[in-house]
Write a new protein. Structure first.
Length: 121
């Protein structure tokens, strides 16, 4: 084999090794927020501008935080564990941008814009 082929193979092996180490240790690459004005990956039906305004964060900050949430499938409700996990992920992320957000204020704003209100949660 030629030297250049060996180098290409070594680069691929090293890349796979690094990715394997990252996955085993739980480390991940930072997720970039979606471009401004684009729908959220997980729930494009929410009025992001109104929710983010109600929480005192930018739309990009809200989108970046909400992209870590795992909503229930359309037509179904999340179970208690999923609700708790999603709330914790969203609240802790949003508080980095606005420490004055509380569990209660997050509930109030999200319920205002959730189709069906709190009962639909």
């Amino acid at each position: 084999m030629c030297k250049s082929s060996n180098m290409k193979i070594m680069k691929k092996v090293m890349t796979l090794a690094v990715l394997g180490i990252l996955s085993l240790t739980g480390l991940t690459f930072a997720q970039m927020p979606p471009p401004p004005g684009s729908p959220m990956r997980n729930d494009p039906d929410r009025p992001v501008d109104q929710i983010s305004g109600g929480l005192g964060v930018t739309t990009d900050q809200f989108r970046a935080c909400f992209n870590h949430v795992q909503p229930a499938q359309k037509g179904s409700l999340p179970d208690a564990n999923q609700k708790h996990a999603n709330k914790q992920v969203l609240l802790s992320c949003l508080q980095k941008s606005n420490p004055s957000i509380t569990n209660e204020s997050l509930d109030a704003v999200m319920d205002r814009y959730r189709p069906g209100g709190r009962a639909a949660q």
